[in-house]
Design a protein around this ligand. Structure first.
Ligand code: KIV
Ligand code: ZN
Length: 392
């Protein structure tokens, strides 16, 4: 995409995304997703919050040992025990990043932290300095930044910069900001910090504005965007990686910015995250939903047949969606292989053969087998196999 300045893609699917209610990934699943994020080309993978649980610690350590193409970040509160745990988990990483955070809004400082603004500034100073004595790359986040007093937020960001943080993240923690306001806040911070500070955006979707707000931040000068695949995350979720990435690349004429993602891996990544987290992607979800490139009405179909540019400006194939070969009772092995590969499902030729017979039987009297159904079938076959080997 565009030849302009680089926007760093910081993926938090495995940290904020995993905080989605009801989601609990195993260490092996997190490693599998991290390896796919590496193939996708994200710059940073926030692999977890090591102090929060032994399994978070272990996942960060495993991912830090196995992933080389993306930099690995771990989260820590502004507390020594958190920083020490994050540092231990990051030991195997090639280019570790320590991400420290503390809240800066009046309600968080008073009700949750029970600290005065001066005490919060002192914590930022001490924690960023402590982190920076061990790793070069320190990111600081001012939790609930958008409900913080703007001048205090600037002071907090300056304190973090002075102590060694070069990435300053401005989370809209509760998804409260309007896009214009958020852009203005980023402008204010841009003016208050030296040029080598990278401003980062981290927006939640409580008002359905996470992607719009992230882009408003980029417009105002932020050069790191924190995202999660399929927009998963606390409550209504985070800004969706695929939406931010496609907005930047499909409208490169508007942005003149670049990012390093392999766009052909977008769909496979989305499917993998959906399958492993158990969080379905809604059919009308932008970019990766089942209906995102389908056309139903006669007028639209007529336009598409005459010239696909009438109703599509994005190329589904370039996002890894490929042509939608229908899987039904008449379809062959090529279509099944194509679909399994697009979904990131590994198979042996024996499994392919068995799956094909099951699809033929299932598709009798039906129009087609969808992705979710195919995945369900694959899981069912895997369970049968485990049952067989246990003699059940
Ligand atoms: O939303 C938030 O404030 C966060 C921070 C910990 C970065 O996730
Ligand atoms: Zn968050």
């Amino acid at each position: 995409m565009g030849a302009g300045e680089q926007v760093w893609i910081f993926d938090t699917t495995l940290r904020d995304g995993e905080q989605s209610p009801g989601v609990a990934l195993t260490v092996a699943e997190k490693v599998e997703i991290a390896l796919q994020l590496e193939r996708l080309g994200v710059d940073f993978i926030e692999a977890g919050f090591p102090i929060s649980s032994p399994s978070d610690f272990e996942s960060v350590r495993e991912i830090a040992g196995q992933v080389r193409g993306s930099r690995i970040a771990a989260l820590a509160r502004c507390e020594s025990q958190d920083i020490e745990a994050a540092l231990r988990a990051l030991e195997p990483a090639k280019n570790p990043r320590l991400h420290v955070f503390i809240a800066t809004s009046p309600v968080h400082m008073q009700a949750k932290l029970k600290l005065t603004p001066d005490q919060v500034l002192a914590r930022i100073e001490a924690s960023v300095r402590e982190a920076h004595t061990h790793v070069d790359d320190v990111e600081f986040s001012a939790e609930d930044a958008t409900r913080s007093e703007p001048q205090f937020l600037v002071e907090a960001a300056q304190a973090a910069y002075a102590a060694g943080a070069r990435t300053i993240n401005i989370p809209d923690t509760v998804g409260y900001a309007m896009s214009e306001e958020y852009g203005e806040l980023i402008t204010l911070l841009r003016q208050g910090l030296p040029d080598d500070a990278v401003l980062s955006v981290h927006c939640h979707d409580d008002l359905g504005l996470a992607v719009a707000n992230s882009l408003a931040g980029v417009k105002a000068g932020a050069r790191q965007v924190e995202v999660a695949v399929n927009g998963i995350g606390e409550r209504a979720g985070n800004a969706a990686l695929e939406e931010v990435a496609v907005a930047l690349s499909a409208r490169a004429d508007h942005w003149d910015l670049c990012h390093g993602l392999q766009m052909g891996e977008i769909y496979r990544t989305s499917q993998l995250v959906s399958q492993r987290t158990g969080m379905a992607v809604q059919a009308n979800k932008a970019i990766v939903g089942a209906n995102a490139f389908r056309h139903e009405s006669g007028i639209h179909q007529d336009g598409m047949l005459k010239d696909p540019r009438t109703y599509e400006f994005l190329d589904a194939a370039s996002l890894g969606q490929g042509s939608r070969l229908v899987l039904g009772k008449h379809s062959g092995r090529h279509a099944l292989r194509d679909r399994l590969e697009r979904l990131g499902i590994a198979y042996t030729s024996e499994q392919l053969h068995r799956m094909q017979s099951r699809i033929k039987a299932l598709a009798e009297g039906k129009r087609a087998i969808g992705d979710q159904e195919l995945y369900g079938l694959w899981q069912e076959m895997a369970r049968e196999k485990t049952g067989e080997s246990r003699g059940v």
